[in-house]
Design a protein around this ligand. Structure first.
Ligand SMILES: Nc1ncnc2c1ncn2[C@@H]1O[C@H](COP(=O)(O)OP(=O)(O)OP(=O)(O)O)[C@@H](O)[C@H]1O
Length: 290
């Protein structure tokens, strides 16, 4: 009798063979002006995306999340005041926070606690940062519209608490595998003060309405040196200037994931996060046909 495969009553889930990535792999963002692929290491770094409404920040954030979600060593923590920018990933996320400043603050406090615990672990092991061999999940905290939480929602003390927590996580999180990718359509000094901006190693400026806003994202003085996101055409969403810590801005065009792409990726990402993910069916589940 040929063996047939029966669905296990209580066995691990199985998934189709598919690509799996790591948070330690470079993240594909798009192409440069020569058409060459642009991939950036995100581990130990944070990323800031700014630009006017419609510049393509959320799309680039979703592109980065596309990589992060397909990693088997990441957990997702998503904050989105609008809900619909990151909402398609929510099944794959440990936490999805909508327009709820109190919950956003609670979530950042939990991240802060994890961060402190991981530093205690590093201290014990006489190390400075986690490595792939530690087998810890990299926690990616994606925030779409920082300003919603830091300047719009709730009351002042809560907004200030949010800003303080965010600053701490952006400053201390990266060495222990807590990475922030944040977008803002309000690149102004009150939302992104230079002291906060400089904690983001990667910064993307989509089209901005003026040179000052471009400098707020990229760093002071770049517009005067000819690098301003104000020159990006209004009909070229997803294009912008990308700068790395200590580098020079360069033009990129972000890769674009349609909603259908994101839904499919998020579905797969949710699947690989289930307990027992990626397991093959054990032979004990091969039963002889009656
Ligand atoms: N890389 C891209 N390639 C092609 N089209 C893009 C790209 N990025 C964005 N777009 C188009 O531009 C539109 C606006 O993009 P997106 O929502 O990402 O902008 P945004 O800067 O986040 O705007 P907002 O601040 O209003 O949320 C998208 O709906 C899409 O049609």
């Amino acid at each position: 009798m040929p063996a047939t495969r029966a669905a296990p009553a209580t066995g691990p889930d199985t998934v189709p063979v598919g690509p799996v990535l790591s948070a330690f792999d470079p993240v594909y963002l798009g192409i440069d002006e020569f058409g060459a692929p642009v991939s950036v290491p995100l581990i130990y770094r944070n990323m800031l995306m700014g630009g006017e409404p419609g510049a393509g920040k959320s799309s680039l954030l979703n592109t980065a999340l596309g990589h992060v979600a397909l990693c088997t060593d990441t957990r997702l923590c998503l904050l989105d005041g609008k809900q619909v920018e990151l909402g398609l990933w929510r099944e794959a996320a440990d936490v999805f926070v909508g327009p709820d400043l109190t919950r956003a603050n609670r979530t950042l406090m939990r991240l802060q606690r994890v961060m402190d615990n991981r530093y205690a672990y590093l201290l014990f092991h006489k190390r400075r940062k986690i490595s792939r061999a530690d087998g810890m999940n990299v926690i990616v905290c994606a925030i779409d519209e920082i300003a919603y939480f830091s300047a719009t929602a709730g009351d002042k003390p809560d907004r200030e608490l949010f800003s303080a927590l965010l600053r701490d996580i952006v400053a201390r999180g990266r060495a222990v595998g807590i990475i922030v990718i944040a977008a803002t359509q309000r690149p102004s000094a009150d939302i992104i003060p230079p002291s906060l901006r400089d904690l983001f190693a990667w910064r993307f400026a989509g089209r901005t309405t003026n040179d000052v806003s471009s400098d707020i994202i990229l760093g002071h003085g770049w517009a005067a040196r000819g690098f301003t996101a104000n020159t990006i055409a209004t009909d070229n969403p997803g294009a912008g200037l990308l700068i790395a810590e200590g580098g020079i801005p360069y033009l990129i065009k972000g890769a674009y994931l349609s909603d259908a792409d994101i839904i499919a990726l998020a579905d797969y990402a949710a699947w690989i996060r289930r307990p027992g993910h990626l397991a093959t069916v054990p032979t004990s589940h091969l039963v002889a046909a009656a």
